[in-house]
Write a protein that binds this ligand. Structure first.
Ligand code: ATP
Ligand code: MG
Ligand code: MG
Ligand code: MG
Length: 473
C-alpha cells in the first residue's frame, strides 16, 4: 500500500473511532497548567488531566494525532533516519476502560489487517518487559511468533510524574539493506542501535501514578496510552530510506534546493544533513510560533531561537546567501493543511516573526562564524581542545550563537567549550544588568505612573492630561 501521510493519520484515527474512541484535536504545543513541561512532547502529555482524575472525560476511550516537540532529539535530527524536533504522535488512550488484551489485539489488527495497514507480520518485532507475561501471551495469541517477542529490561515507561508502567514496543524490520551494524554487533537487534529495525509504536500499560515525591502509587483503574510516530509510519508506507523522503518533508527540501547555490538533495551526505535540519526545524518553528511562542532568550523562546539559528547555519553551509527560512512557512502550511488549516491561515504572521529573527541573526552570522573558525584554527595549532568560557560567551552575546550551537559545532570537530567558564560569564552579565536596573528604579516608578495616567486618559480632558504629564516629566 502506498498511502499519503494524511491518509495514514486519518486511517489511524478512523480505526480507533470504529472501536469506540472519541477523536481529540491536536492540542497546543504550549502546555496548559503544567509547569513541569516546556513543550507537549507526546499524546499522553495532553491527557494527564484525565489520567490523574482531575477531569473526567465524557468518553473513556480517546484517540489523537498530537503535535509534539522533543528538544532532547535536536542533535539527532538529520543524523538518524527517524528523529525530529516536531513530530506527530498518533495515539489511543483508555482512561480506566480497556486494558492490555484489547490494546494488543487492536494494535495487531491495525498493523496487519489488509483492511488497515496490511503489514507483513514477519516484519514486526515486539519488545516486552520481561516480567510482563500477559503482554507476551496476548501478542502470541494474536499471531506473533515467539522469536519475534523480545525481552527488554528498560520497557518501563515513566515521564517523571504522572502515569507509568510496563510497555511493549513495535519495531518494523526495514530489511538488510538498512543494516548499519554488522550482524554480530551486540546492538544489532530490534530495540538496539541498528536503524534497520525502526521503532514505530510504544504501547504503555499505565498501572501506577508517579507522584511528585517520587513514590509510585497503584492506580485504582488501569490505563492505556500509546504513541506511534506518524513520520516513521509514513516512511514505511512510502518506502523511504529515512523519514525525510516522504510527503511530509520532501516539498520543504525541494524548496530549499531552489535557494541554495546548485546543491541537490541526495548527492552529498553532509549537505543532506543540512537539508534535513532545515526541513525539520522549519516545521517546528512554524508550529511553535503558531501556538503562541516567540523567539527570546529564555524557556520556549530560547528553543525557537536556537532552532531558527541552527537552521540558518545549515543554510549558510549550503551556500544560501539570502534570508530563506521564512519562505518555507507556506510550504509547511500546504503540507499540513488537511489537519492543521490554521498554519496557512496564519502564514503571513508566522513568516514575519521568522523573517525578523532571521534578519537579526544574519547581521552577525558571518562575523560569528569567522570568530568561531579562528578559534578552531587556534586550537588546532595548540594542544588545547577547549574554547574558553569568555570566547563562547562572546559568541553568544555579541554574535547570537546559542551555547548549544557552539558546543555542537566544536564537538563535530573534536573540541569542546569550558561550560563553567561560560556560566560564570553569564552570571557576571546578569549581575551587571541587575546593578544597572537598581539605578533606574525611580525611573521605573515614573513610567508606571505615566502608564496609569494614559490608561485613564479617556476620562480626563486633554488639558488635565498634559498638566499631569508636565508634572511628571
Ligand atoms: P527512539 O528510541 O526512536 O528515540 P522513543 O523510544 O524515545 O523513540 P517514545 O517515547 O516511545 O519514543 O515515543 C513513542 C513513539 O513516538 C516512538 O515509537 C516513535 O514512533 C515516535 N517518536 C519518538 N520520538 C520521536 C522523534 N524525536 N521524532 C519522531 N518520532 C518520534
Ligand atoms: Mg527517543
Ligand atoms: Mg525507543
Ligand atoms: Mg519508545
Amino acid at each position: 500500500k502506498n498511502l499519503s501521510s494524511s491518509q495514514i493519520r486519518a486511517m489511524y484515527l478512523d480505526f480507533f473511532k470504529q472501536h469506540g474512541h472519541t477523536i481529540e484535536p491536536s492540542a497546543s504545543l504550549v502546555p496548559k497548567d503544567d509547569p513541569s513541561l516546556l513543550w507537549i512532547n507526546s499524546g499522553v502529555a495532553t491527557m494527564k488531566k484525565y489520567f490523574d482524575g482531575s477531569v473526567v472525560p465524557k468518553n473513556h476511550r480517546l484517540t489523537s494525532s498530537q503535535k509534539s516537540i522533543r528538544t532532547n532529539d535536536i542533535e539527532n535530527v538529520g543524523k538518524t533516519a527517524r528523529h525530529h524536533t516536531l513530530f506527530e504522535m498518533l495515539g489511543n488512550f483508555s482512561v480506566g476502560d480497556y486494558f492490555k488484551k484489547e490494546a494488543i489485539n487492536w494494535a495487531f489488527e491495525l498493523l496487519t489487517s489488509p483492511d488497515w495497514f496490511g503489514w507483513d507480520k514477519d516484519k514486526l518485532y515486539m519488545t516486552v518487559y520481561p516480567k510482563d507475561t500477559d503482554a507476551k501471551k496476548y501478542w502470541e495469541a494474536a499471531g506473533v511468533a515467539p522469536d519475534h517477542l523480545i525481552d527488554m529490561d528498560d520497557n518501563f515507561w515513566d515521564i517523571g510524574q504522572g502515569p507509568s508502567g510496563p510497555d511493549t514496543e513495535v519495531f518494523y524490520d526495514r530489511g538488510p539493506e538498512h543494516d548499519d551494524l554488522k550482524p554480530d554487533d551486540p546492538e544489532n537487534y530490534p530495540g538496539g542501535e541498528n536503524e534497520r529495525y525502526l521503532e514505530v509504536w510504544n504501547i504503555v500499560f499505565s498501572q501506577f501514578n508517579h507522584k511528585p515525591d517520587d513514590t509510585y502509587e497503584p492506580l485504582p483503574r488501569k490505563n492505556i496510552d500509546t504513541g506511534m510516530g506518524l513520520e516513521r509510519v509514513t516512511s514505511i508506507f512510502q518506502n523511504a530510506p529515512t523519514n525525510f523522503e516522504t510527503d511530509l518533508f520532501l516539498p520543504i527540501i525541494h524548496k530549499t534546493e531552489e535557494f541554495s547555490n546548485n546543491k541537490k538533495y541526495g548527492s552529498d551526505d553532509q549537505d543532506d544533513v543540512d537539508f534535513k535540519i532545515i526541513a525539520d526545524h522549519a516545521r517546528a518553528i512554524t508550529f511553535a510560533i503558531g501556538d503562541g511562542a516567540l523567539p527570546s532568550n529564555v524557556g520556549r523562546g530560547y528553543v525557537i531561537r536556537r532552532l531558527i539559528r541552527r537552521a540558518i547555519v545549515s543554510g549558510h553551509r549550503l551556500g544560501i546567501e539570502k534570508d530563506f527560512l521564512y519562505k518555507l512557512v507556506p510550504i509547511v502550511g500546504e503540507i499540513m493543511k488537511s489537519y492543521y488549516p490554521e498554519v496557512l491561515e496564519q502564514k503571513d504572521y508566522l513568516a514575519k516573526v521568522i523573517h525578523s529573527e532571521e534578519k537579526r541573526f544574519n547581521e552577525t552570522l558571518s562575523d560569528g562564524l569567522d570568530l568561531l573558525n579562528n578559534l578552531l584554527d587556534g586550537l588546532k595549532e595548540s594542544d588545547n581542545k577547549i574554547v574558553s568560557g569568555k570566547d563562547a560567551f562572546k559568541l553568544y552575546d555579541t554574535y547570537g550563537f546559542p551555547l548549544e550551537m557552539t558546543r555542537e559545532y566544536l564537538n563535530d570537530e573534536g573540541y569542546s567549550v569550558d561550560e563553567d567558564g561560560f556560566k560564570s560569564e553569564m552570571q557576571k552579565q546578569k549581575d551587571r544588568a541587575r546593578n544597572a536596573r537598581g539605578d533606574k528604579k525611580s525611573m521605573g516608578v515614573q513610567r508606571d505612573l505615566l502608564l496609569e495616567i494614559k490608561t485613564s486618559s479617556k476620562y480626563v480632558g486633554y488639558n488635565q492630561l498634559s498638566v499631569a504629564n508636565a508634572k511628571l516629566l
